[in-house]
Design a protein around this ligand. Structure first.
Ligand SMILES: *[C@@H]1O[C@H](CO)[C@@H](O)[C@H](O)[C@H]1NC(C)=O
Ligand SMILES: *[C@@H]1O[C@H](CO)[C@@H](O)[C@H](O)[C@H]1NC(C)=O
Ligand SMILES: *[C@@H]1O[C@H](CO)[C@@H](O)[C@H](O)[C@H]1NC(C)=O
Ligand SMILES: *[C@@H]1O[C@H](CO)[C@@H](O)[C@H](O)[C@H]1NC(C)=O
Ligand SMILES: *[C@@H]1O[C@H](CO)[C@@H](O)[C@H](O)[C@H]1NC(C)=O
Ligand SMILES: *[C@@H]1O[C@H](CO)[C@@H](O)[C@H](O)[C@H]1NC(C)=O
Ligand SMILES: *[C@@H]1O[C@H](CO)[C@@H](O)[C@H](O)[C@H]1NC(C)=O
Ligand SMILES: *[C@@H]1O[C@H](CO)[C@@H](O)[C@H](O)[C@H]1NC(C)=O
Ligand SMILES: *[C@@H]1O[C@H](CO)[C@@H](O)[C@H](O)[C@H]1NC(C)=O
Ligand SMILES: *[C@@H]1O[C@H](CO)[C@@H](O)[C@H](O)[C@H]1NC(C)=O
Ligand SMILES: *[C@@H]1O[C@H](CO)[C@@H](O)[C@H](O)[C@H]1NC(C)=O
Length: 266
């Protein structure tokens, strides 16, 4: 037993030393080279998905999320996000290679678009990379080559379904999954809160929602608690507001991450 413990300690120290060679905060948005496990030395792969439905139209949702440098719905104060695509600030036509930069909760965030599609009838598809950063309050560092969002109209256009999926590399994949799940759940709920705070229950409950059009016909995930693809990815039931969300985290025991949830977005 004692031997096992000391081997674990040595491995943890070695992983920490290797991880130190990755520049944090990132300065130029680039991602480290992948090792055998798909991640840089000292980092381990993980994935998290949040599926959530809001009872608002796709156009309403776009009015909240459709500007890459406006992250008020994700907890960043107005005008705190910068970009190296100044033209798109006016045209709102965001393109691959565009990065946004912001500092929040001690982390310097650089997110560079790899896919961006925003047709008027949906779906909205946005994928960006996430340069290495550290969330000190949760003692975890991570980065991502796929941090994606899809929003699509469902229920005869009366509701909008979302899929936040991130594939990441982290110094602790479990902790990173908890942090990212909380951030993305809060983001999705905040979109609904900004638009009036109603909960989604079913298509049939919406005026004009056409009770015959089931959310699952559009890819599942209706915000009522359906499971995602892995243990860390089941949506946390909507508790109505941010305060309820915090209580929820306390109940699940992820106390360390509560500190970051006040102001961090991603
Ligand atoms: C970190 O990088 C330096 C060179 O920049 C290298 O000499 C050193 O061996 C690296 N450390 C680890 C643990 O990989
Ligand atoms: C970006 O920074 C990393 C170190 O963090 C460096 O290895 C890489 O060469 C830089 N890339 C560019 C394009 O400057
Ligand atoms: C914007 O920044 C990202 C990340 O550093 C970089 O990959 C991209 O080339 C930059 N684009 C422009 C137009 O400067
Ligand atoms: C940012 O988006 C919010 C809606 O989420 C909107 O009220 C606000 O006017 C937008 N800010 C700018 C500068 O466009
Ligand atoms: C996008 O948001 C940024 C920052 O909030 C703002 O400066 C810019 O004017 C907005 N662009 C459009 C087209 O609304
Ligand atoms: C912080 O995380 C590193 C890497 O996962 C781990 O080796 C270390 O023990 C952690 N420190 C604390 C205080 O939990
Ligand atoms: C959510 O998006 C991810 C990444 O694109 C995809 O692999 C997954 O199948 C999607 N989940 C659902 C339920 O559509
Ligand atoms: C990862 O974090 C979890 C708590 O989120 C902790 O129980 C576990 O020991 C950590 N693993 C490592 C290798 O540090
Ligand atoms: C949304 O649902 C929660 C319970 O899941 C409830 O507490 C809250 O009052 C509901 N909000 C509205 C506007 O109905
Ligand atoms: C929500 O989705 C789950 C599975 O995706 C389904 O079993 C359930 O009936 C749906 N609930 C509503 C209210 O549509
Ligand atoms: C409900 O949707 C179905 C499938 O799209 C369609 O066939 C049907 O006519 C719609 N009913 C109403 C009342 O809009």
């Amino acid at each position: 037993m004692k031997t096992t413990l000391s081997i674990t300690a040595v491995l943890a120290t070695a992983a920490g030393a290797l991880a130190e060679n990755i520049t944090i905060p990132a300065t130029n948005g680039s991602l480290p080279a992948a090792g055998a496990n798909g991640c840089a030395p000292g980092y381990y792969p993980g994935s998290d998905t949040v599926l959530f439905t809001v009872p608002y139209t796709y156009q309403q949702v776009l009015s909240i999320i459709g500007n890459y440098t406006n992250l008020t719905w994700s907890g960043s104060p107005p005008n705190s996000v910068t970009t190296n695509n100044s033209q798109a600030l006016t045209t709102n036509d965001w393109t691959p290679g565009t990065a946004r930069f912001y500092d929040i909760s001690g982390a310097h965030v650089i997110e560079t678009i790899t896919t961006y599609s925003k047709p008027a009838t949906g779906p909205y598809v946005e994928i960006h990379t996430l340069a290495p950063l550290t969330v000190a309050a949760a003692n975890v560092s991570f980065y991502s080559d796929f941090d994606g969002q899809v929003w699509k109209p469902i229920c005869n256009g009366q509701a909008t379904w979302s899929n936040f999926t991130i594939n990441y590399c982290a110094t602790n994949a479990t902790t990173a999954g908890q942090v990212l799940h909380m951030l993305h759940s809060t983001d999705a709920m905040t979109v609904g809160t900004f638009l009036g705070g109603q909960n989604f229950t079913s298509c049939g409950a919406l005026a004009g929602g056409n009770g015959t059009a089931s959310p699952s016909a559009y890819g599942g995930g209706n915000g009522t608690g359906s499971s995602g693809p892995s243990a860390t990815s089941s949506p946390i039931p909507y508790t109505g507001d941010a305060v309820g969300r915090m209580s929820n985290m306390l109940f699940t025991g992820a106390v360390a991450t509560v500190v970051v949830c006040v102001g961090m977005s991603m």
